[in-house]
Every structure is written in C-alpha cells, then in structure tokens.
Write a protein that binds this ligand. Structure first.
Ligand SMILES: *[C@@H]1O[C@H](CO)[C@@H](O)[C@H](O)[C@H]1NC(C)=O
Ligand SMILES: *[C@@H]1O[C@H](CO)[C@@H](O)[C@H](O)[C@H]1NC(C)=O
Ligand SMILES: *[C@@H]1O[C@H](CO)[C@@H](O)[C@H](O)[C@H]1NC(C)=O
Length: 395
C-alpha cells in the first residue's frame, strides 16, 4: 500500500514536472519569416515581443543556419521566464552604419536563459586601429551587453570577432556563464572577453577565451564573482581594474578565481589601480590553483598602472587593497619578473594590507636573466614554497 502511494505520488510528480516543462510555449523565428542567409532583424524583434508578453514560460528558437542581424534588443521586463535557444549563427554587419554601443542588448530580464548560438561580430575590419590615439574603438559596438539581468544563465554560446568588448555585464545579479567560447585574434585591440561592473553573484565556468585584450576584467562594484575552470590566451590575462580613475567607484568585494589556465598571455592574474586616483577599495580577492604557460607578469599587483603616461606617477593610488591571496600558482613566465607586487605607499598612500602568497612555482628560461620577484610598499604573508623567492627585489 505504502509503495503504491509512493508510486502514485511519483507519477503525479512527474506529470506535474512534465506539464511545467511542456508549458514553455515555443516561438520559432521561422514562423515570423526568418530564413537562413536572410535578414533576421525584424523576425527576431517580433518573436521576442510575443515571447516576452507570454504569461507562462516561453522559448524563442532560432533554428540552424546563418542569419544576418543588424541589431537586437532583447528587453524586459517579461511576464514569465524566457529562454532563447539558438541553433544557428547570427552575423553582424561587417561595416557599422549607425552609432550604437552594442549589437545585441539583453536588458532587464529575470530568469532568462540564453542557450547556444554563434554571435559573429565580424570585427576583422576594425582591428589594427589604435583606440587611444584615434578614439575610434569607443564608437564600435560590443557583441553582447547584459544590463540589469538577474537569476539567469548564459550557456554554450560563442562570441566571435567582436568589434569591441565581446560581453559587458552591468548591474546584473546571480548570472552564470557556462561553457562560453570567446574568440578574436591576438591583435584585436579592446576586445575584452567578459567585462563585469556593478554586478553581484556572477559565475563563469568552463569558459574558453582567446582575444586581444583582457580575457576577463572586473570593474568597480564587482561583488561575489567566481571564475572556475576557465582558460585564457592569447589575451591580456584576468584583471581586477583598472580602478580609481573615476570618483565614487563602488568597492570590489569577493573575487574567486580558481582552477584556471592561462597560455601565452601578456599578464596572468593582476590587480591594477591608477596612481593619483580617487578613493576606492578592493578586498577579499583570491587566486588559486592556476596554471601559467609562458605568461608575462604571471602574478601582478600594479598600483602604478599608468598606460600612455596619462597620469601623475609621483602621487600614490588611493585605492586600498586588502585580503588578497595568490595560492598554488605554477608554470612558466615569459618575463623574468614573475611576481610583481607594487602597492600604494608613501605620503598620502594607502598600503596594501593582508596580502598572502603561498606555493608559487614559476620558471623563466629566457635570455633576460634569472627569474625574480619585485615588491614595493608591501610585506606579504608567506606560506608554502616560493620560487622565485618572495620579494627578491624591494624597490
Ligand atoms: C540572488 O540569489 C539569492 C540567493 O538565491 C537571492 O536571495 C537573491 O534575492 C537573488 N537576487 C536577486 C536580485 O534576484
Ligand atoms: C556561484 O558560485 C558560488 C560558489 O560556488 C555559489 O555559491 C553561487 O550560488 C553561484 N551563483 C550562481 C548564480 O550560480
Ligand atoms: C583544482 O585544482 C586543484 C589543484 O591542482 C585540484 O586538486 C582540484 O581537483 C581542481 N578542481 C577542479 C574542480 O578541477
């Protein structure tokens, strides 16, 4: 009797489950007129409008094939959870005709799922132009912007050759990026993989990033950010910052980078803040179990970050760094200085506090001398083995 009722309960449970799953109403862009090799812009906008207005969970499907997309705004709020499943490729215009800072915008959505698809930004024509000099890059669109998205999953998507940042995450909470692939050539300036700012609870897992700028960069207000099992390279590495350039930046708090591999990147894991900066804080940041393959500056705190000499190096940074750890970081460095910890200090400075280095094993075999480490305004807490030995050079 007891078994029977359990069985009935189980059946009821599965029926309920099945009915909630089958509740997702499908909106196929085909029925809105999208055809492979054609322009999907209007069909996608119409399908999105209907899917977003649905009272029960909905699923927008883009079948296999390549579609030209001028621009997409997947904006909410929507009435119910919504999934966008892309089996094909979306292709951006090769030449930008109107000024827009993103190609695909995903905005004000809760319980959103983006599942699969290739987003080809066709940025090849815009590479090789120097942003800082020509102020050109700022006008180019990013592949995907996520603005104010909550409790959502981005899974199995590929971003190719973005004209600017591949993905920008702003004002988001509880969003997971899983099995994301990002690819652009090494010489593509300003094509950061995933930039996060003013967002809380963002997880990046099983993600592979090859690009011409930072693989992952965390701006002000990044909180509880976890990156695991992610590869980077080529690219400029995984960065916190740069911080301190603007007034009223929000604190960075809770950064956990684990089990990542960096290969042939300009930098490894770094924290960068501007000298002569505004006040700010960044704390509770932990880098652990990381493999470096031929990486420049594998471990780097740079509070004198001053590209193009656009700042006063003589005035210290006012961004306070605390509770930072680098543990079990091993592999090879492409620069003789494998560990560089340059903190804020001197009159008006805010020295780093509670910085821990444990189990570092980084080799350098190039022609520029033996592997070494540099410290400035810092006394790190040491544990485990240190190769190179910690703070071999104090400046
Ligand atoms: C994020 O997730 C936590 C834990 O599930 C939840 O309490 C919180 O309300 C979520 N935040 C938002 C903005 O939905
Ligand atoms: C992100 O990972 C952390 C740590 O593993 C976990 O506690 C949190 O719930 C995850 N958040 C999301 C949005 O999946
Ligand atoms: C992370 O790396 C550590 C050290 O190499 C290893 O023991 C652990 O199993 C790894 N964890 C995952 C989830 O891969």
């Amino acid at each position: 009797m007891a078994f029977k009722s359990i069985k009935i309960l189980a059946i009821l449970f599965f029926l309920l489950l099945a009915s909630t799953i089958s509740q997702a109403t499908v909106f196929d862009v085909k029925t809105y007129g999208a055809k492979p090799n054609g322009d999907i812009t209007q069909a996608l906008a119409k399908a999105w409008k209907d899917a977003c207005a649905a009272q029960s969970p909905s699923k927008l499907v883009i079948p296999s094939g390549t579609y030209n997309l001028i621009e997409a705004k997947l904006q909410g709020p929507c009435k119910a959870p919504i999934e966008v499943q892309i089996q094909g490729t979306l292709r951006a215009p090769a030449v930008v005709t109107k000024a827009s800072d993103s190609w695909v915008t995903i905005e004000r959505l809760d319980r959103f799922t983006l599942n699969g698809g290739i987003f080809d930004g066709q940025g090849k024509n815009s590479y090789g132009k120097h942003c800082a000099v020509q102020e050109y890059c700022g006008k180019l669109p990013m592949n995907i912007r996520y603005n104010f998205v909550t409790n959502s999953i981005i899974r199995g998507i590929t971003s190719l050759d973005s004209k600017q940042f591949h993905m920008n995450v702003l004002g988001c909470t509880n969003v997971t990026f899983d099995h994301v692939t990002i690819t652009a050539p090494e010489n593509s300036l300003n094509t950061d993989g995933i930039h996060i700012g003013r967002s809380t609870g963002i997880n990046i897992t099983n993600t592979n990033i090859k690009t011409g700028d930072d693989c992952i960069s965390l701006g002000d207000g990044s909180k509880q950010i976890t990156v695991v099992k992610t590869t980077c390279g080529p690219g400029h590495g995984i960065s916190v910052g740069s911080l301190g350039k603007y007034p009223n930046e929000e604190p960075v708090e809770g950064v956990f980078i684990r089990n990542c591999t960096l290969t042939n990147t300009q930098n490894g894991v770094r924290i960068k803040t501007w000298p002569d900066s505004h006040f700010g804080t960044a704390s509770d940041m932990h880098f652990k179990d990381i493999i470096m393959n031929n990486v420049g500056n594998p471990i780097l705190i740079d509070q004198e970050y001053c590209p193009w000499n656009r700042c006063k190096l003589s005035v210290p940074s006012k961004v306070k760094l605390s509770k930072v750890s680098f543990k079990n970081i091993r592999g090879t460095s492409s620069t003789p200085v494998a560990v560089k910890l340059v903190c804020s200090g001197g009159p008006g400075g805010v020295p780093c506090q509670n910085i821990e280095i444990g189990d570092v094993n980084l080799a350098y075999t190039g022609p520029l001398g033996p592997v070494t480490s540099v410290c400035k305004h810092i006394k790190p807490i040491l544990s485990g083995k240190q190769f190179p030995s910690a703070c071999a050079i104090s400046s």
